[in-house]
Design a protein around this ligand. Structure first.
Ligand SMILES: NC(=O)c1ccc[n+]([C@@H]2O[C@H](COP(=O)([O-])OP(=O)(O)OC[C@H]3O[C@@H](n4cnc5c(N)ncnc54)[C@H](O)[C@@H]3O)[C@@H](O)[C@H]2O)c1
Length: 250
């Protein structure tokens, strides 16, 4: 198994992409810290993993609060004895026009979608460095980090930030043998992208179907395993190829 004996923290693991990531990393031998704000979701995914023969523990954490992040990171090391992998998956979208969004809505979206991956990364990296085993971090970005949108403003700004946060994290953590990369999803059939997802509309990508959470989980497994040991600071598009097409030029 690719991740035998390793410990992985997955944020927003209570459903959808994070849930599939947690379960796939567990199937590959990792012990999973199931991090989510929603206790019922976190405990359900944890129970599922344990029922399937894996090791997992639920951590109830609001990633917009640094105190929660510090307590969670310490709790993971106390519970499992180490921390090897971090998947920064939580985000919220504002779904707002810039003329309507309040400063409070802007700040909350930035805090959860951009500042949280930085703070989770900072505290996890300190634990990885203290253990001396290196590590791997994957930040979940979005095609909304590469292109503007009519129906979101703070989310697109935050996801653009995640793309370049990943590059600086990769540079700054490379001396500690911690590899940092990002994945770039588009229209996965789950709530963050739901406003954009109309199942009656033809899917415009090169695969001809909408993405599903396991598509992301498989890409993330690759990035946290030694199969990708020469890949650092990269953005792996998991979007069915839609970003390769210029609208109107298909
Ligand atoms: N779904 C898509 O179509 C799509 C497209 C592009 C990018 N993405 C990205 O993929 C990631 C996962 O998306 P998803 O649709 O699976 O998400 P989701 O909304 O279905 O699940 C997110 C989980 O995060 C938890 N959460 C929310 N706020 C939290 C907080 N403050 N602290 C801790 N946990 C919190 C929720 O309880 C939930 O269980 C996000 O980064 C998203 O931006 C998704």
């Amino acid at each position: 198994m690719k991740l035998q004996g390793q410990v992985a923290v997955v944020t927003g693991a209570g459903r959808n992409i994070g849930e599939d990531v947690a379960k796939l990393l567990s199937k590959n031998g990792a012990s999973i810290a199931v991090v989510d704000l929603d206790r019922a979701r976190a405990e359900k995914v944890t129970a599922d993993i344990i029922a399937a023969g894996g090791k997992a523990k639920a951590f109830i954490c609001d990633v917009s609060k640094e105190g929660d992040i510090e307590a969670t990171t310490k709790g993971v090391v106390d519970a499992f004895g180490r921390l090897d992998i971090l998947v920064n998956n939580v985000a919220i979208s504002d779904n707002k026009h810039m003329l309507d969004i309040t400063t409070e809505e802007w700040n909350r979206t930035i805090a959860i979608t951009l500042t949280a991956p930085f703070l989770m990364g900072k505290h996890a990296a300190k634990a990885m460095i203290a253990a001396g085993n290196g590590g791997r971090i994957v930040n979940v970005s979005s095609t909304s980090g590469y292109y503007g949108r009519g129906r979101a403003i703070a989310y697109t700004a935050a996801k653009g930030g995640v793309v370049n946060l990943t590059r600086s994290m990769a540079i700054q953590l490379a001396p500690h043998n911690i590899r940092v990369n990002s994945v770039v999803p588009n229209k996965i059939g789950s709530p963050v992208g739901k406003d954009d997802f109309d199942p009656t509309r033809p899917v415009k990508n090169l695969v001809g179907r909408p993405g599903v959470p396991i598509d992301l989980a498989q890409a993330i497994l690759f990035l946290v395993s030694d199969d990708s040991s020469f890949i650092v600071g990269a953005d792996l598009f998991v979007d069915g190829g839609c970003s390769t097409m210029m609208p109107g030029n298909e």
